[in-house]
Design a binder for this molecule. Structure first.
Ligand code: ZN
Length: 371
């Protein structure tokens, strides 16, 4: 709330009126006629995280609004948005999804902080936001949405580049993979007779890493998250096991291929007779394409202010821009992350890169408003 209030106090310098709405989004709106470009990011962070993930994009948006909204040669205005809960403490992109009309009151009623268990309603009441209306997008108001963010990876730094022009934001597919064997005594059951669901799971994990590369795309990533053995006692052979598994790519056909492979592997493992393996898809997210005109504007601005040290690249991390892209043209630019580190207090970007990124961002806004 203090960061939101700080920003709300800055926005009048950019001829914007600040509203903090009933879910914790902050919108800075202009009364100027002409085209409006929405720009922003998020101010909250992961717990124990760094200083740039989110705030960098918000401060760039503030800077663009300060520079352009008082420039008599610029038609229209940059409006500033700060989305609540981008990092998913209470849900998934609750702030930006609320703005585009994708969050019901019931979803807010049910939302709880995943760390503390505190209800979102209680949190909103404690900071004085309970009962405020939520601000929704006014269709047709904006020519689009532009967001800057740290890369959170090493691509730009290792290539000596200053700007990443995001082409798409990856889709995330998540699965629960269940293994059912036979629970039995760990001392008296001979090895040849065991149906150890935990062992079947471990073999499956290794098999994924052996077989996925042949069908994956150049940027596909996959991760096994929580593994549970049931029961998880050393004196009992686990009769059941479960793993959460995630695949990310910006090409849905690659995901389809890999999902088919997972199913084949599950069938093969089941056919071997020790454990039955079933696959359950628990989350799908289509990749979001960034608008071609926005990409071109970022590239032209990079030529002017970053000596052309830019490249087009997909984003492997989720961002609010993917939500905004569902209702308006959207674009994103990245600045380098030192050592690729993010979600950690050492997260940083060289001062020179922060400045270059701001100049490219403001110039991109100027070009987009000029059409
Ligand atoms: Zn972020």
């Amino acid at each position: 709330m203090r960061s939101l209030q700080w920003l709300a106090a800055r926005l009048p310098e950019a001829h914007l009126t600040a509203t903090i709405d009933g879910i914790g989004n902050l919108l800075g709106t202009s009364t100027t006629s002409g085209p409006k470009l929405l720009a922003g990011s998020h101010l909250e962070s992961q717990n124990y995280a760094g200083w740039l993930d989110g705030p960098l994009g918000v401060v760039y948006a503030l800077e663009a609004a300060r520079v352009l909204n008082s420039d008599p040669d610029v038609k229209g205005a940059v409006e500033v948005a700060v989305w609540c809960d981008e990092e998913g403490h209470f849900g998934s992109f609750l702030g930006s999804r609320s703005y585009v009309g994708g969050v019901t009151e019931a979803e807010i009623d049910a939302a709880r902080d995943r760390t503390s268990g505190r209800a979102m309603r209680d949190a909103l009441r404690e900071v004085g936001l309970a009962g405020r209306p939520r601000v929704s997008v006014e269709r047709g108001r904006h020519i689009g949405y532009l967001e800057a963010h740290i890369e959170q990876g090493q691509m730009l730094e290792s290539s000596g580049l200053a700007i990443g022009i995001v082409t798409s934001i990856v889709g995330i597919w998540q699965y629960r993979i269940n293994f059912v064997g036979e629970q039995n005594h760990a001392g008296t059951t001979r090895m040849s007779l065991r149906k150890d669901a935990g062992l079947a799971l471990a073999r499956f994990c290794v098999a994924i890493d052996d077989r996925f590369p042949a069908l994956a795309g150049p940027r596909t990533v996959w991760t096994t998250g929580r593994i549970t053995l049931d029961p998880g006692a050393p004196s009992i052979i686990p009769g059941a096991a479960e793993m959460l598994f995630q695949i990310r790519d910006d090409d849905p056909t690659v995901i389809e291929r890999l999902e088919q492979l997972l199913q084949t592997m599950a069938d093969e493992a089941t056919a071997q007779g020790r454990s039955s393996v079933t696959l359950e898809r628990i989350r799908t997210g289509a990749p979001a394409s960034m608008d071609a005109r926005f990409q071109d504007a970022i590239e032209a601005a990079s030529t002017a202010f970053a000596s052309g040290r830019s490249t087009r690249m997909p984003s492997g991390a989720g961002h609010d821009a993917q939500v905004l892209a569902s209702i308006m043209p959207a674009g994103m630019l990245f600045v380098p992350s030192i050592g690729g580190i993010s979600h950690h207090w050492t997260e940083n970007t060289a001062d020179a890169d922060i400045v270059t990124g701001a100049q490219v961002f403001v110039e991109t806004c100027r070009r987009l408003l000029a059409g």
